[in-house]
Design a protein around this ligand. Structure first.
Ligand code: FAD
Length: 306
């Protein structure tokens, strides 16, 4: 990231919410299930699969967590009735993890059972390191209860991830592998760009060796080509792995993968609780200064012209 962009990314928390909302709109499908479905329909028409995320990590009451559970129910109904090619992603904090492990587990079980009833699949996103052990424990418990339509996310920047892969291996987990987005201390996380890449490749190789289905979630061109090399080395067919990208990021790289016959799933977040997600996306956008400038000048010019 260039110096100016890095400085602006650090100042983002001071930026007014309406401006954050405007410049982050490319990353979010809208506030309603109908808007999310419209986006997924367009993605499906382009040959992309989707995973719908009901934004909710900022919730603070059991009632709000139940609302998120209800929203997922509506999403499954909509996916089914509109014949969309989409599964869902959930954040355990949105289902109440910080309000209590058992409450969150009950909510997750409900969502996973709703998914099973409509032949769908639930991916548990991975949040900051205060959630890692609980997330993996809950994933394991659900699998041991016989709920198989559920997968998890592992973050290549965490030093523990290679051990987690080995511990989870007997479950043959369905894993999304990503770099990881939260700011973690060097004691537990690789901070160096190349070290994270290197660990990503190590973890991917280990997951494939152990027979996991992997969602290779990255826009990093070098990692995409390493992913292609590894799935080729393992002789996998296109339906035995997938690439994953975020809505609003790297569309051209996604087009290339699809043209070459690989499967691509796009992460489609929607909902009222858009702020934290938007901040993370903006903070990792390498051209954030340009976005803010374009938005501001565009508005100024627009106002002058009116
Ligand atoms: C489908 C999916 C699900 C994810 N789920 C999780 C999760 O559960 N937990 C978690 O911690 N992280 C998650 N992430 C985020 C991930 O950890 C990274 O933070 C993010 O993908 C950026 O890393 P990268 O591998 O794309 O490499 P980077 O080196 O960060 O990015 C590569 C290039 O992609 C482009 N790019 C990346 N981000 C942006 C952006 N916001 N705006 C514009 N361009 C951008 C830029 O051109 C950049 O140079 C997910 C990512 C994806 C794709």
């Amino acid at each position: 990231m260039a110096l100016l962009d890095r400085a602006i990314a650090r100042l983002l928390p001071a930026v007014p919410r309406p401006l954050v909302q405007r410049i982050s709109s490319r990353y979010i499908a809208g506030e309603t299930v109908a808007e999310a479905c419209r986006t997924v329909t367009q993605l499906n028409e382009q040959g992309r699969m989707a995973t719908i995320d009901v934004l909710g990590e900022e919730i603070s009451t059991p009632e709000a967590a139940l609302e998120i559970v209800g929203a997922y129910h509506d999403v499954f109904e909509a996916i089914k009735s509109e014949h969309l090619d989409s599964n869902v992603s959930v954040k355990l904090t949105g289902l109440g993890l910080k309000l209590g492990y058992d409450l969150c587990k009950r909510n997750l079980q409900t969502v996973v059972r709703h998914a099973a009833e409509s032949g769908n699949f639930v991916r548990i996103d991975m949040e900051d390191s205060s959630c890692t052990s609980d997330t993996l424990r809950m994933y394991r418990e659900l699998r041991e209860e016989g709920l198989d339509n559920v997968g998890v996310v592992l973050q290549a920047y965490l030093r523990r991830t290679i051990r987690d892969i080995r511990d989870l291996a007997p479950l043959r987990p369905n894993v999304r592998l990503c770099k990881g987005i939260y700011v973690e201390p060097p004691l537990i996380a690789y901070r160096d760009f190349d070290a994270v890449r290197e660990n990503f490749v190590l973890c991917l190789r280990e997951l494939l060796r152990k027979g996991s289905y992997v969602g290779i979630a990255t826009h990093d061109k070098w990692l995409i080509s390493e992913g292609l090399r590894l799935v080729g080395e393992h002789g996998l067919k296109p339906e035995e792995y997938e690439f994953q990208m975020l809505l609003g990021v790297s569309a051209a790289a996604g087009d290339r993968l699809i043209r070459e016959g690989h499967r691509l799933r796009v992460y489609v977040p929607f909902g009222k609780h858009w702020y934290s997600y938007s901040m993370r996306r903006l903070q990792e956008n390498p051209k954030i200064a340009g976005y803010i400038a374009a938005d501001t000048f565009g508005r100024v010019l627009g106002r002058n012209g009116a």
